[in-house]
Design a protein around this ligand. Structure first.
Ligand SMILES: *Cc1c(COP(=O)(O)O)cnc(C)c1O
Length: 819
């Protein structure tokens, strides 16, 4: 057979046109005249995909020859967005394709608009995983994403009478040209069943896992191309399929199965993404998803390893596995089971391999987000794994007792099993014990991990702890999302910034260059027009691009304090209608974000913002100065249009609650000025751009702690003594924003004044109102404002996910670029 090694497709205009026509004709069976826009999208995508595969084979050959160590990034979420434009950008083929298609009468933008986002994630955590894949490939690091191929991604958000309504996201309905099914590499995963305690011929304990159900995990591969196209890695997502032919007769002892409701049929396992962000899902199906995912992943990783090596002692030097939060932490018990049960390794040897292989990234300090699973549920889903977790815990606690004899409180605190009415498995402790590294995602977050979340573990293993401040990929979030700004930057300092974002520093020299500032503001103005069009189309609000665009876009969560932003909008409105005080800077307030369907307060906040918008936008006096728009269905594609059009970026979480944030980085990179608290990566943004180029307000972590622990904080005092605070809260206790639904927002008043206000909205309100006045003053002087914008953009170099990935590679994985 002829070898196609070293073959690479051409990229001339003629070649591109020919291959698109070829795919339309022979892959899709259509001729040009009949083709729909979606078929053209498919034909173009297949043409691009061909080019990706050439480079994927080259990449794999390079990795093989180098005998490289491979990194597996395990994440329940990958918030990828659209693929076509990004792939074209990274292949540096965007312009030639655009032109080639134009000549054939096809508008590439229109083609891109007809496709759904790959929304296999909730928010920041899933988007981080997507940015990391881009950086791994751009840096030439052998890094693979592993996840679940949800049939339904994140729900679509609509508003009905101001309330959020969820509809399903059937993103695979029309197939997906970027995914290749690999049924020949399917894995078999046993689920449920029971353990029979037996012994082997030598008399050693040898448990048997019986009466399981078998599920098949079919991998779907998506090529991930780095910038420049030299490296193409893959994202491997598993779909669950049933396997009747492998099903054994299930132990069907009436009571046993009756006891557990909503029994799951295997096809449902990968059906839908859980839409809860920073909140424990706590459902049987979710645990099954997590187990299915890691069982497939470990089998697959081991299979790849065994193709090249036969000695498991080499495993940690050839494989690094990173756990994106605790959702995949069962991988630790799965690797132990694989080594001990299937390959008969002694426990100690298997444990040493496991510990050296895993790294764990913590993403949250919020207690409601820390994963715990009832022991009974774990035993039902994966009985052998529970047994292994108990053995891991027994040995771990033995170590503790040797080092700190008699300290029972310590043993209770660090145990993987939480005692109580219902025993639970603490997934963060399992991840901590089974990994050689645990990292937080911003400097402050890592310090709080050490001092507050896991202090006993820090005492035990200080060297395991390290910080890896998050980053975002400048390819999607600057080069592709903001072509106007990208071109301006490249014309000014060259294009080195695309691979080395620190080069943006050279822009600082232009902070007072009138010509550059003018160009910069013209780009911003054009982006605001583009955003105004989106707002008109999706939120049905007409907005003026000459006003200040003040944006709060992220998941709706009490700790992110969209409510605080709404209080500020109400304040401006009240100043106009009560005091006749018109703001010098007219503003457009832009909100976007989804609430978890079961999160009642978050859904109330959406309704509240929509009502405030309706009242303000309809008010004859106010509407000239204040306009409010809630853009529905926030997702990557929408973020790519909102962020470049923002003047002000709202990053106003209660200090100590936002682990890092990545939205904050995207906005600053795109020339918005941050209004923010001393929280997460805001602090690092402040340190990079300079205190005079950012608007910081509110209590810091120590301040919040003092309020929480002291006796003196009482939101009533502020209410009584600050007339602005009183007026705002009274407006919600009355019916100003709900004239036809009396009493609807009384909860705000009660929540903030009687409900202890655990996110300290009222405590930070005066300082928030005051900093917003600083924003107005600054915005009035266009060249001063533009100077701040330049100093922001110029100093966001460190927030490239390339920097983050190089730190993971050096400190945790022990890998480097394989170029
Ligand atoms: C970046 C991003 C997020 C994360 O935003 P934060 O402000 O860090 O919470 C969420 N959703 C989408 C679509 C994003 O692009």
């Amino acid at each position: 057979m002829k070898s196609f090694d070293g073959m690479r497709l051409e990229n001339t205009q003629e070649a591109l046109q020919a291959v698109v026509s070829h795919h339309l004709r022979y892959s899709l069976g259509r001729d040009w005249k009949m083709a729909t826009i979606r078929e053209i999208y498919w034909a173009i995508s297949l043409a691009v995909r061909d080019r990706l595969f050439d480079r994927l084979f080259e990449t794999e050959k390079r990795y093989q020859q180098g005998g490289v160590k491979r990194v597996y990034y395990l994440s329940m979420e990958f918030l990828m967005g659209r693929a076509l434009g990004n792939n074209l950008c990274n292949l540096k083929l965007f312009d030639s394709f655009k032109q080639a298609m134009e000549e054939m009468g096809v508008d590439l933008e229109e083609v891109r608009e007809c496709t759904a986002d790959a929304a296999l994630g909730n928010g920041g955590l899933g988007r981080l995983a997507a940015c990391f894949l881009d950086s791994l490939a751009t840096l030439g690091i052998p890094g693979y994403g592993y996840g679940i191929n949800y049939e339904f991604g994140h729900f679509k958000q609509e508003f009905s009478h101001g309330y959020q309504r969820e509809t399903s996201d059937n993103w695979l309905k029309r197939g997906n040209p970027w995914q290749i099914a690999r049924p020949d590499e399917a894995c078999l995963v046993p689920l449920f069943g029971r353990i029979l305690h037996t012994h082997d011929r030598k008399g050693d304990y040898s448990p048997m896992w019986l009466d399981w159900e078998m599920v098949v995990g079919v991998p779907f591969d998506m090529p991930i191309v780095g910038y420049g196209g030299e490296t193409v890695n893959t994202l491997r997502l598993f779909s669950a399929k049933s396997s009747e032919e492998f099903d054994v007769e299930i132990f069907n002892d009436g009571d046993y199965h009756e006891a557990v409701k909503n029994k799951i049929s295997s096809e449902n396992i990968s059906k839908v993404l859980y839409p809860s962000d920073s909140f424990r899902a706590g459902r049987l199906l979710r645990l099954v998803q997590e187990y299915f995912f890691v069982a497939c992943s470990i089998r697959d990783i081991a299979t790849i390893f065994l193709r090249s090596y036969d000695n498991f002692d080499l495993f940690p030097s050839k494989v690094a596995i990173q756990l994106n939060d605790t959702h995949p932490a069962l991988a630790i018990s799965e690797l132990m089971r694989f080594l001990v049960d299937e390959h008969a390794l002694p426990w100690e040897r298997a444990w040493s391999i496991t510990e050296r292989t895993f790294g764990y990234t913590n993403h949250t300090l919020l207690p409601e987000a820390l994963e715990k699973w009832p022991v009974s549920l774990m035993e039902y889903v994966a009985p052998r794994h529970l047994q292994i977790i108990y053995e891991i815990n027994r040995r771990f606690l033995e170590q503790i007792t040797v080092r700190w004899p008699g300290d029972e409180a310590l043993v209770r605190n660090v145990s993987i099993i939480e005692e109580g009415d219902e025993k639970q498995v603490r997934m963060s402790h399992l991840a901590m014990v089974g990994s050689h590294s645990v990292n937080g995602v911003a400097a402050l977050h890592t310090e709080l991990l050490k001092s507050h979340l896991l202090p006993d573990f820090y005492k035990l293993w200080p060297k395991k702890f390290n910080n890896k401040t998050n980053g975002v990929t400048p390819r999607r979030w600057l080069l592709k999302a903001n072509p106007g700004l990208s071109d301006l930057i490249t014309e000014t300092i060259g294009d080195g910034w695309i691979r080395d974002l620190r080069k943006l520093k050279a822009l600082e020299a232009y902070a007072e260059d009138a010509g550059f500032l003018e160009g910069l503001m013209a780009v911003k103005r054009a982006n605001k027009e583009r955003l105004a069009t989106l707002i008109k189309r999706d939120a049905h609000v007409t907005v003026d691009p000459d006003t200040l665009f003040d944006v709060h876009a992220k998941r709706i969560h009490e700790y992110k304090r969209q409510l605080l932003k709404a209080l500020h909008v109400a304040h401006q409105f009240l100043q106009i209608i009560d005091d006749g005080k018109y703001p010098e800077v007219p503003r457009t307030y832009i909100f976007a974000g989804k609430a978890a369907p079961g999160y009642k307060v978050a859904k109330q906040i959406i309704k509240l913002i929509n009502n405030v918008a309706a009242v303000v936008n309809a008010h004859p006096k106010a509407r000239e100065y204040v306009r409010v728009a809630f853009v529905p269905d926030y997702r990557v594609t929408v973020a790519e249009k909102i962020i470049p059009g923002a003047d002000v970026s709202e990053q106003i979480s209660t200090a100590g609650t936002e682990a890092s944030g990545t939205g904050n980085m995207k906005f600053a990179m795109n020339g918005a000025l941050t209004v923010g608290t001393c929280d997460g990566a805001n602090i690092e943004i402040m340190n990079e751009v300079g205190r005079e180029n950012i608007f910081i307000f509110g209590h810091d972590v120590e301040g919040i702690r003092a309020l929480r622990e002291g006796r003196e904080y009482n939101p009533w005092d502020l209410y009584e003594n600050d007339p602005a605070v009183k007026r705002i809260l009274d407006a919600f206790s009355g019916d100003l924003f709900c004239p036809v639904e009396p009493g609807l927002f009384r909860w705000v008043f009660e929540h903030l004044l009687y409900g202890r206000d655990i996110y300290y909205h009222v405590a930070d309100l005066p300082s928030y109102l005051s900093v917003q006045e600083d924003v107005d003053r600054c915005f009035l002087d266009t060249s001063t404002w533009a100077g701040h914008v330049v100093r922001n953009i110029a100093n966001t170099g460190t927030f490239s996910s390339d920097r983050t990935i190089l730190e993971y590679a050096r400190d945790i994985w022990g890998v480097g670029p394989a170029l």
